[in-house]
Write a protein that binds this ligand. Structure first.
Ligand code: MTE
Ligand code: MO
Length: 373
Protein backbone atom coordinates (compact mmCIF):
# COMPACT_ATOMS: atom_id res chain seq x y z
CA UNK A 1 0.00 0.00 0.00
CA UNK A 2 1.12 3.57 -0.46
CA UNK A 3 -1.24 5.58 1.71
CA UNK A 4 -0.50 4.52 5.25
CA UNK A 5 2.31 2.77 7.11
CA UNK A 6 -0.27 0.15 8.04
CA UNK A 7 -1.36 -0.78 4.58
CA UNK A 8 -0.26 -4.37 4.29
CA UNK A 9 1.52 -5.23 1.06
CA UNK A 10 -1.01 -6.98 -1.12
CA UNK A 11 0.86 -9.16 -3.60
CA UNK A 12 3.24 -10.84 -1.16
CA UNK A 13 2.94 -14.18 -2.93
CA UNK A 14 3.55 -14.31 -6.68
CA UNK A 15 0.54 -15.24 -8.75
CA UNK A 16 0.68 -18.72 -10.30
CA UNK A 17 2.31 -18.60 -13.71
CA UNK A 18 -0.78 -19.33 -15.89
CA UNK A 19 -2.80 -16.54 -14.26
CA UNK A 20 0.16 -14.20 -14.68
CA UNK A 21 0.43 -15.04 -18.38
CA UNK A 22 -3.28 -14.46 -18.97
CA UNK A 23 -2.94 -11.11 -17.21
CA UNK A 24 -0.02 -10.00 -19.35
CA UNK A 25 -1.72 -11.22 -22.54
CA UNK A 26 -4.84 -9.24 -21.74
CA UNK A 27 -2.67 -6.24 -20.96
CA UNK A 28 -0.13 -6.35 -23.78
CA UNK A 29 -2.25 -7.84 -26.53
CA UNK A 30 0.62 -9.28 -28.54
CA UNK A 31 2.48 -12.53 -28.16
CA UNK A 32 5.75 -10.56 -28.10
CA UNK A 33 4.64 -8.46 -25.15
CA UNK A 34 3.55 -11.61 -23.36
CA UNK A 35 6.89 -13.21 -24.09
CA UNK A 36 8.88 -10.25 -22.77
CA UNK A 37 6.67 -10.03 -19.69
CA UNK A 38 7.05 -13.77 -19.19
CA UNK A 39 10.85 -13.59 -19.42
CA UNK A 40 10.92 -10.65 -17.02
CA UNK A 41 8.67 -12.44 -14.56
CA UNK A 42 10.74 -15.59 -14.68
CA UNK A 43 14.00 -13.61 -14.28
CA UNK A 44 12.60 -12.01 -11.14
CA UNK A 45 11.34 -15.39 -9.96
CA UNK A 46 14.79 -16.79 -10.71
CA UNK A 47 16.55 -14.12 -8.63
CA UNK A 48 14.12 -14.66 -5.77
CA UNK A 49 14.66 -18.42 -5.96
CA UNK A 50 18.45 -17.96 -5.97
CA UNK A 51 18.34 -15.67 -2.92
CA UNK A 52 15.90 -18.02 -1.13
CA UNK A 53 18.39 -20.79 -1.81
CA UNK A 54 21.28 -18.73 -0.37
CA UNK A 55 19.12 -17.92 2.64
CA UNK A 56 18.23 -21.54 3.29
CA UNK A 57 21.91 -22.52 3.24
CA UNK A 58 23.00 -19.63 5.44
CA UNK A 59 24.19 -20.58 8.92
CA UNK A 60 24.22 -17.55 11.20
CA UNK A 61 26.88 -17.29 13.90
CA UNK A 62 25.75 -17.76 17.47
CA UNK A 63 25.32 -14.66 19.62
CA UNK A 64 28.24 -13.51 21.75
CA UNK A 65 25.59 -12.26 24.17
CA UNK A 66 22.55 -14.55 24.08
CA UNK A 67 19.06 -13.22 24.82
CA UNK A 68 18.30 -13.17 28.54
CA UNK A 69 16.22 -16.27 29.27
CA UNK A 70 12.44 -16.01 29.13
CA UNK A 71 11.41 -15.88 32.80
CA UNK A 72 9.36 -18.77 34.14
CA UNK A 73 5.68 -17.91 33.99
CA UNK A 74 6.05 -15.26 31.27
CA UNK A 75 3.91 -17.42 28.99
CA UNK A 76 0.52 -17.88 30.66
CA UNK A 77 -0.63 -20.44 28.08
CA UNK A 78 -4.22 -19.23 28.09
CA UNK A 79 -6.22 -21.03 25.40
CA UNK A 80 -6.90 -18.75 22.45
CA UNK A 81 -4.25 -16.18 23.46
CA UNK A 82 -1.38 -15.39 21.09
CA UNK A 83 2.01 -16.92 21.97
CA UNK A 84 4.52 -14.74 23.84
CA UNK A 85 7.01 -15.07 20.98
CA UNK A 86 5.40 -14.69 17.56
CA UNK A 87 6.40 -17.38 15.05
CA UNK A 88 7.94 -15.89 11.89
CA UNK A 89 5.15 -17.25 9.70
CA UNK A 90 2.52 -15.43 11.80
CA UNK A 91 4.44 -12.16 12.16
CA UNK A 92 2.58 -9.17 10.71
CA UNK A 93 4.00 -7.72 7.52
CA UNK A 94 3.87 -4.05 6.58
CA UNK A 95 5.76 -2.33 3.78
CA UNK A 96 5.25 -0.36 0.61
CA UNK A 97 6.87 -3.02 -1.57
CA UNK A 98 4.58 -4.41 -4.27
CA UNK A 99 7.08 -7.19 -4.70
CA UNK A 100 9.40 -8.34 -1.90
CA UNK A 101 12.83 -6.81 -2.61
CA UNK A 102 15.33 -9.52 -3.48
CA UNK A 103 18.71 -8.68 -1.97
CA UNK A 104 21.63 -11.03 -2.53
CA UNK A 105 23.64 -11.16 0.73
CA UNK A 106 26.83 -11.69 -1.28
CA UNK A 107 26.27 -8.33 -2.97
CA UNK A 108 24.82 -6.50 0.04
CA UNK A 109 26.66 -3.57 1.56
CA UNK A 110 25.66 -1.05 4.17
CA UNK A 111 27.02 2.46 3.68
CA UNK A 112 27.26 4.95 6.53
CA UNK A 113 27.37 8.45 5.08
CA UNK A 114 26.45 12.04 5.91
CA UNK A 115 27.52 13.94 9.03
CA UNK A 116 30.24 11.50 10.07
CA UNK A 117 33.98 11.81 10.58
CA UNK A 118 34.49 8.45 8.86
CA UNK A 119 32.30 7.04 6.09
CA UNK A 120 31.92 3.27 6.31
CA UNK A 121 31.00 0.47 3.96
CA UNK A 122 30.23 -2.87 5.54
CA UNK A 123 29.57 -6.14 3.72
CA UNK A 124 27.59 -9.13 4.97
CA UNK A 125 30.61 -11.26 5.89
CA UNK A 126 32.07 -8.37 7.91
CA UNK A 127 28.74 -7.88 9.68
CA UNK A 128 28.50 -11.58 10.59
CA UNK A 129 32.07 -11.41 11.96
CA UNK A 130 31.03 -8.76 14.54
CA UNK A 131 30.03 -9.78 18.06
CA UNK A 132 26.29 -10.26 17.61
CA UNK A 133 23.78 -10.05 20.40
CA UNK A 134 20.32 -11.50 20.70
CA UNK A 135 17.32 -9.71 22.22
CA UNK A 136 13.58 -10.21 22.39
CA UNK A 137 11.94 -7.02 21.09
CA UNK A 138 8.28 -6.31 20.38
CA UNK A 139 7.74 -4.19 17.29
CA UNK A 140 4.51 -2.44 16.35
CA UNK A 141 3.05 -0.51 13.48
CA UNK A 142 1.80 3.05 13.98
CA UNK A 143 -1.27 1.90 12.05
CA UNK A 144 -2.13 -0.70 14.66
CA UNK A 145 -5.67 0.19 15.75
CA UNK A 146 -6.67 -0.28 19.39
CA UNK A 147 -7.07 -4.06 19.75
CA UNK A 148 -5.31 -4.66 16.41
CA UNK A 149 -2.75 -7.26 15.43
CA UNK A 150 -0.05 -5.18 13.68
CA UNK A 151 2.34 -6.01 16.51
CA UNK A 152 4.60 -8.96 17.19
CA UNK A 153 7.40 -10.11 19.45
CA UNK A 154 10.51 -11.88 18.17
CA UNK A 155 14.04 -12.82 19.23
CA UNK A 156 16.35 -10.76 17.01
CA UNK A 157 20.03 -11.48 16.37
CA UNK A 158 22.13 -8.53 15.30
CA UNK A 159 24.93 -6.06 15.83
CA UNK A 160 24.16 -2.97 17.91
CA UNK A 161 23.81 0.04 15.60
CA UNK A 162 25.67 2.12 18.19
CA UNK A 163 28.85 0.10 17.57
CA UNK A 164 28.72 0.95 13.87
CA UNK A 165 27.94 4.62 14.57
CA UNK A 166 30.81 4.75 17.07
CA UNK A 167 33.17 3.77 14.23
CA UNK A 168 31.65 6.42 11.94
CA UNK A 169 31.72 9.13 14.66
CA UNK A 170 28.69 11.38 14.05
CA UNK A 171 29.51 15.09 13.89
CA UNK A 172 28.14 17.69 16.30
CA UNK A 173 24.67 18.82 15.34
CA UNK A 174 23.56 15.48 13.89
CA UNK A 175 20.29 14.33 15.50
CA UNK A 176 18.79 11.85 13.01
CA UNK A 177 19.72 8.77 11.02
CA UNK A 178 17.92 8.35 7.72
CA UNK A 179 18.01 4.64 6.94
CA UNK A 180 17.32 3.60 3.36
CA UNK A 181 16.25 0.24 1.99
CA UNK A 182 17.22 -1.44 -1.26
CA UNK A 183 13.90 -0.26 -2.74
CA UNK A 184 14.43 3.37 -1.74
CA UNK A 185 12.09 3.51 1.28
CA UNK A 186 13.41 5.56 4.21
CA UNK A 187 12.92 5.99 7.95
CA UNK A 188 14.12 8.88 10.11
CA UNK A 189 15.26 7.72 13.55
CA UNK A 190 16.52 9.94 16.38
CA UNK A 191 20.30 9.44 16.60
CA UNK A 192 19.89 9.15 20.37
CA UNK A 193 17.72 6.01 20.03
CA UNK A 194 20.47 4.36 18.00
CA UNK A 195 23.34 5.28 20.31
CA UNK A 196 21.84 4.85 23.80
CA UNK A 197 21.77 1.58 25.75
CA UNK A 198 18.53 0.24 24.24
CA UNK A 199 20.35 -2.13 21.88
CA UNK A 200 18.98 -0.92 18.55
CA UNK A 201 20.11 -3.64 16.15
CA UNK A 202 21.20 -4.25 12.61
CA UNK A 203 19.33 -7.54 12.70
CA UNK A 204 20.19 -10.59 10.64
CA UNK A 205 18.25 -13.24 12.57
CA UNK A 206 14.63 -13.64 13.65
CA UNK A 207 13.67 -16.37 16.12
CA UNK A 208 16.77 -18.41 15.30
CA UNK A 209 16.51 -18.18 11.49
CA UNK A 210 17.93 -15.75 8.96
CA UNK A 211 15.39 -12.95 8.39
CA UNK A 212 12.58 -14.17 6.14
CA UNK A 213 12.70 -12.37 2.76
CA UNK A 214 9.52 -10.42 3.55
CA UNK A 215 10.91 -9.31 6.92
CA UNK A 216 14.01 -7.70 5.43
CA UNK A 217 16.57 -10.34 4.40
CA UNK A 218 19.51 -10.05 4.71
CA UNK A 219 19.59 -7.11 7.17
CA UNK A 220 17.04 -4.81 8.82
CA UNK A 221 16.92 -2.39 11.72
CA UNK A 222 15.10 -3.11 14.98
CA UNK A 223 14.77 -0.27 17.48
CA UNK A 224 13.00 -0.89 20.79
CA UNK A 225 10.37 1.73 21.63
CA UNK A 226 9.77 3.25 18.18
CA UNK A 227 7.06 2.45 15.65
CA UNK A 228 8.29 0.60 12.57
CA UNK A 229 7.79 3.50 10.16
CA UNK A 230 10.50 5.56 11.90
CA UNK A 231 12.91 2.77 12.71
CA UNK A 232 12.50 -0.77 11.41
CA UNK A 233 13.93 -0.44 7.89
CA UNK A 234 13.94 -3.79 6.10
CA UNK A 235 16.46 -4.60 3.33
CA UNK A 236 18.55 -1.74 4.77
CA UNK A 237 21.50 -0.58 2.63
CA UNK A 238 22.36 2.93 3.81
CA UNK A 239 22.49 4.96 7.02
CA UNK A 240 22.76 8.70 6.46
CA UNK A 241 23.63 10.62 9.61
CA UNK A 242 21.76 13.90 9.29
CA UNK A 243 19.43 16.35 11.03
CA UNK A 244 15.63 16.38 11.37
CA UNK A 245 15.88 19.97 10.06
CA UNK A 246 17.39 18.73 6.79
CA UNK A 247 15.82 15.30 6.06
CA UNK A 248 12.59 13.37 6.54
CA UNK A 249 11.65 9.68 6.38
CA UNK A 250 9.19 8.34 3.79
CA UNK A 251 5.98 8.78 5.82
CA UNK A 252 6.64 12.19 7.37
CA UNK A 253 5.77 14.36 4.34
CA UNK A 254 2.73 12.08 3.87
CA UNK A 255 1.16 13.32 7.07
CA UNK A 256 2.65 11.08 9.74
CA UNK A 257 4.54 12.32 12.79
CA UNK A 258 8.25 13.03 12.52
CA UNK A 259 8.84 11.14 15.81
CA UNK A 260 7.15 7.83 16.52
CA UNK A 261 7.52 6.56 20.11
CA UNK A 262 5.28 3.54 20.69
CA UNK A 263 2.29 4.41 22.86
CA UNK A 264 1.56 2.28 25.92
CA UNK A 265 -1.36 0.01 25.14
CA UNK A 266 -3.07 -3.27 25.93
CA UNK A 267 -5.28 -5.79 24.23
CA UNK A 268 -7.89 -8.38 25.22
CA UNK A 269 -7.28 -11.56 23.19
CA UNK A 270 -9.74 -13.87 24.98
CA UNK A 271 -12.66 -13.95 24.90
CA UNK A 272 -12.83 -12.49 21.40
CA UNK A 273 -15.16 -9.61 20.63
CA UNK A 274 -18.84 -10.64 20.57
CA UNK A 275 -18.06 -14.20 21.68
CA UNK A 276 -20.60 -16.11 23.79
CA UNK A 277 -19.26 -17.83 26.84
CA UNK A 278 -20.69 -20.00 29.58
CA UNK A 279 -21.82 -18.30 32.81
CA UNK A 280 -19.56 -18.81 35.81
CA UNK A 281 -15.80 -18.34 35.72
CA UNK A 282 -14.75 -16.57 32.54
CA UNK A 283 -11.02 -16.29 31.79
CA UNK A 284 -9.88 -13.03 30.20
CA UNK A 285 -6.36 -12.62 28.86
CA UNK A 286 -4.16 -10.72 26.47
CA UNK A 287 -1.05 -8.59 26.13
CA UNK A 288 0.15 -5.16 27.23
CA UNK A 289 3.19 -3.16 26.17
CA UNK A 290 5.10 -0.04 27.16
CA UNK A 291 8.30 -0.54 25.19
CA UNK A 292 11.45 0.69 26.80
CA UNK A 293 9.62 1.44 30.08
CA UNK A 294 7.91 -1.85 30.89
CA UNK A 295 4.43 -2.67 32.18
CA UNK A 296 3.70 -2.18 35.86
CA UNK A 297 0.00 -3.02 36.04
CA UNK A 298 -2.94 -4.22 33.95
CA UNK A 299 -6.56 -3.80 35.02
CA UNK A 300 -9.99 -4.70 33.67
CA UNK A 301 -13.33 -3.09 34.22
CA UNK A 302 -16.77 -4.48 33.48
CA UNK A 303 -19.57 -2.17 32.31
CA UNK A 304 -17.48 0.89 33.30
CA UNK A 305 -17.30 -0.31 36.93
CA UNK A 306 -14.22 -0.15 39.14
CA UNK A 307 -10.87 -1.26 37.73
CA UNK A 308 -9.80 -4.72 38.91
CA UNK A 309 -6.15 -5.77 38.88
CA UNK A 310 -5.28 -8.59 36.48
CA UNK A 311 -2.52 -11.12 37.04
CA UNK A 312 0.52 -9.71 35.23
CA UNK A 313 3.05 -12.27 33.97
CA UNK A 314 6.74 -11.33 34.19
CA UNK A 315 7.91 -9.68 30.98
CA UNK A 316 10.94 -10.92 29.05
CA UNK A 317 12.23 -7.35 29.17
CA UNK A 318 10.85 -3.83 29.24
CA UNK A 319 11.09 -3.86 25.43
CA UNK A 320 8.67 -6.75 25.00
CA UNK A 321 4.97 -7.15 25.54
CA UNK A 322 3.70 -8.84 28.70
CA UNK A 323 0.87 -11.32 29.05
CA UNK A 324 -1.92 -10.87 31.59
CA UNK A 325 -5.03 -12.75 32.67
CA UNK A 326 -8.00 -12.37 34.97
CA UNK A 327 -10.84 -14.72 35.83
CA UNK A 328 -14.18 -13.01 36.38
CA UNK A 329 -17.40 -14.49 37.78
CA UNK A 330 -20.13 -13.55 35.32
CA UNK A 331 -23.82 -14.39 35.41
CA UNK A 332 -25.87 -14.51 32.19
CA UNK A 333 -26.10 -11.18 30.38
CA UNK A 334 -24.23 -8.83 28.10
CA UNK A 335 -21.02 -7.22 29.28
CA UNK A 336 -18.62 -4.64 28.02
CA UNK A 337 -15.09 -5.34 29.25
CA UNK A 338 -12.18 -2.89 28.96
CA UNK A 339 -8.47 -3.19 29.65
CA UNK A 340 -6.02 -0.55 30.85
CA UNK A 341 -2.23 -0.80 31.15
CA UNK A 342 0.02 1.31 33.36
CA UNK A 343 3.77 1.49 32.79
CA UNK A 344 6.52 1.00 35.38
CA UNK A 345 6.71 4.79 35.87
CA UNK A 346 3.04 4.76 36.95
CA UNK A 347 1.78 6.37 33.74
CA UNK A 348 -1.49 4.85 32.50
CA UNK A 349 -2.29 4.44 28.83
CA UNK A 350 -4.35 7.27 27.36
CA UNK A 351 -8.13 6.76 27.67
CA UNK A 352 -9.18 9.31 25.05
CA UNK A 353 -9.72 7.71 21.66
CA UNK A 354 -7.36 8.85 18.93
CA UNK A 355 -7.06 7.45 15.40
CA UNK A 356 -3.83 5.85 14.19
CA UNK A 357 -2.79 8.95 12.20
CA UNK A 358 -0.61 10.86 12.75
CA UNK A 359 1.18 9.28 15.72
CA UNK A 360 -0.56 6.07 16.85
CA UNK A 361 -3.98 5.14 18.27
CA UNK A 362 -5.07 5.61 21.87
CA UNK A 363 -8.10 4.43 23.82
CA UNK A 364 -9.08 1.35 25.80
CA UNK A 365 -9.59 -1.93 23.98
CA UNK A 366 -13.21 -2.85 24.60
CA UNK A 367 -14.90 -6.19 23.98
CA UNK A 368 -18.54 -7.16 24.26
CA UNK A 369 -19.15 -10.58 25.74
CA UNK A 370 -22.43 -12.52 25.74
CA UNK A 371 -22.65 -14.69 28.82
CA UNK A 372 -25.12 -17.56 28.36
CA UNK A 373 -26.70 -19.64 31.10
N1 MTE B 1 12.02 -1.16 3.36
C1 MTE B 1 10.95 -0.98 4.14
N2 MTE B 1 11.07 -1.20 5.47
C2 MTE B 1 10.01 -1.01 6.29
C3 MTE B 1 8.77 -0.57 5.77
C4 MTE B 1 8.67 -0.34 4.37
O1 MTE B 1 7.62 0.07 3.84
N3 MTE B 1 9.78 -0.56 3.60
N4 MTE B 1 7.70 -0.40 6.63
C5 MTE B 1 7.98 -0.21 8.05
C6 MTE B 1 6.80 -0.35 8.87
S1 MTE B 1 5.60 0.85 8.67
C7 MTE B 1 6.68 -1.34 9.81
S2 MTE B 1 5.42 -1.31 10.93
C8 MTE B 1 7.67 -2.43 9.90
C9 MTE B 1 7.01 -3.79 9.83
O2 MTE B 1 7.97 -4.82 9.87
P1 MTE B 1 7.50 -6.30 9.54
O3 MTE B 1 6.85 -6.29 8.18
O4 MTE B 1 8.70 -7.16 9.60
O5 MTE B 1 6.50 -6.67 10.61
O6 MTE B 1 8.62 -2.36 8.85
C10 MTE B 1 9.11 -1.08 8.58
N5 MTE B 1 10.17 -1.24 7.62
MO1 MO C 1 4.06 0.48 10.24
Amino acid sequence: GTTAPGTAASASAPAPAPARRRFFQALGGTAAAALIAGVLASTIRGAAAAVSELRSKLVLPGPSAPAPPVPAGAELGLEGAVPLVTPNKDFYRIDTALRVPVVNPEQWTLKVIGLVEQEISLDFAALLAKPLIERHVTIACVSNAVGGDLIGNARWLGWPVRELLALARPKDGADMVLSRSADGWTAGTPLEALTDDRDALLAVGMNGDPLPLEHGFPVRMIVPGLYGYVSATKWVTELKVTRFADDAGYWTPRGWSERGPVKTSSRIDVPRQARSVQAGTVAFGGVAWAQHTGIGRVELRVNRGTWQPAQLAPGISRDTWYQWKLELQLSPGQYEVQVRATDLNGVAQVEERAPVAPSGATGFHTVRVDVKS
